[in-house]
Write a protein that binds this ligand. Structure first.
Ligand code: GDP
Ligand code: CA
Length: 353
């Protein structure tokens, strides 16, 4: 291999350089597990800065939502709410801690499908309250606010939309005349474990949806907008796909910084690789940045952090007009994740100088 033709790895940030203060208002566009982990680190950083006036608003993906057994389930909203509210099963990464599965077993005993969906007894209560409120006429945003009164997640949690949007995934099926079949995103992820190729991602209802109450304001009237290491297609991608949201991100006066969900060509946990491949984007930290694009050329990013193992990607990201640095991006614990927040602030302040 000719090393002379390879871009030199960017220097890794040193812990010693001063960290700029967190701005007063931070808005984060979040999926489920990746976004929630990042948010815990952000809140940890804020808690470690006594007297910090920082307020966090989260615009969460709702395109993973599914109706199961007559109940409205919102996996990403609940993952953020339970994680930040102390109710998450940390090992599983979703659902309630100390969960039991009696209702699920009883439903299976009746032979009622879907049997593959993880519906815990405690979790069920959340879905019952949500469904009851929706049927009484409350929009999802008001329901989420009500649920958060119990969980006190420490952020303002906003669904991206109050409208029904559900991501479907096209998979191969030789039994179909077209050779393809669409399954709900949850079926792709939970039943099929994302083990078969995703041929296309279809966010049903997205084009007809409208941003939920407060969403555009949270993007426009903020001091910092963050794209956390969430899935760039089925989490952040769907949020940006709500008509009006991408435009708000492109035009907000706040700086926009993203953190790569791809580390050394892998998605760490989840199935970002499968859905990036489905939309024709290379599975790499640089390609995801290019896919988001620079705000100076109509995209959504001013700055992008890649993992320290992806130092060679820095020049390519900069060539796309996006400020970039390589730092540790594995969310192994709260301090490691809080350091990612610091690195994002540093990168933006260096860029402004
Ligand atoms: P989901 O809705 O539960 O899939 O969660 P998100 O969309 O918020 O985030 C999922 C993505 O987070 C995964 O596809 C990974 O690419 C990314 N991810 C998970 N853990 C880590 C980590 O420790 N570091 C980084 N950089 N990315 C991670
Ligand atoms: Ca999700």
């Amino acid at each position: 291999m000719d090393h002379l033709n390879e871009p030199a790895p960017a220097p890794v940030e040193t812990a010693g350089s001063p960290v700029p203060a967190l701005p007063r208002r931070v808005t984060v566009l979040s999926g489920g597990v990746g976004g929630a982990r990042f948010l815990r680190g952000l809140l940890h950083r804020i808690a470690g800065t006594p007297g910090s006036p920082t307020e966090v608003t989260v615009v969460a993906n709702t395109a993973d939502d599914i109706w199961v057994h007559g109940l409205k389930v919102c996996p990403d909203l609940d993952t953020v709410m339970y994680t930040l509210g102390g109710g998450i099963d940390a090992v599983r990464g979703w659902g309630r801690t100390e969960e039991t599965w009696n209702a699920k077993e009883e439903l299976a005993a009746y032979g009622v499908e879907p049997t593959w969906f993880g519906l815990g007894d405690k979790d069920l209560a959340t879905h019952l309250v949500r469904t009851q409120m929706l049927e009484a006429g409350y929009p999802l945003s008001a329901v989420t606010e009500a649920l958060c009164r119990r969980w006190q997640p420490g952020v303002r949690l906003l669904p991206m939309t109050d409208d029904r949007v559900e991501t479907h995934v096209l998979i191969d099926d030789p039994a179909e005349p077209s050779g393809r079949r669409a399954v709900h995103f949850q079926e792709y992820w939970v039943r099929l474990r994302a083990e078969v190729p995703a041929r296309a991602v279809v966010p049903v209802g997205l084009e007809q949806s409208a941003p939920g109450p407060g969403v555009l304001e949270a993007i426009t009237d903020t001091d910092l907008l963050v794209l956390p290491p969430s899935n760039p297609v089925v989490s952040v991608g769907t949020i940006l796909g709500v008509p009006g949201i991408r435009e708000a991100v492109s035009s907000t006066s706040a700086p926009v910084v993203g953190l790569s969900p791809i580390v050394a060509g892998s998605h760490v946990h989840g199935m970002a690789a499968q859905v990036l491949t489905a939309i024709g984007v290379e599975v790499s930290a640089a390609a995801v940045a290019e896919h988001y694009g620079a705000r100076s050329t109509g995209g959504v990013l001013d700055a992008w952090l890649v993992d320290e193992s992806d130092g060679a990607a820095v020049e390519r990201v900069r060539a796309a007009g996006i400020a970039c640095a390589a730092v540790p991006l594995m969310m192994t614990d709260l301090d490691a994740t809080a350091s990612m927040v610091d690195a994002a602030l540093r990168l933006l302040s260096e860029e402004r100088r």
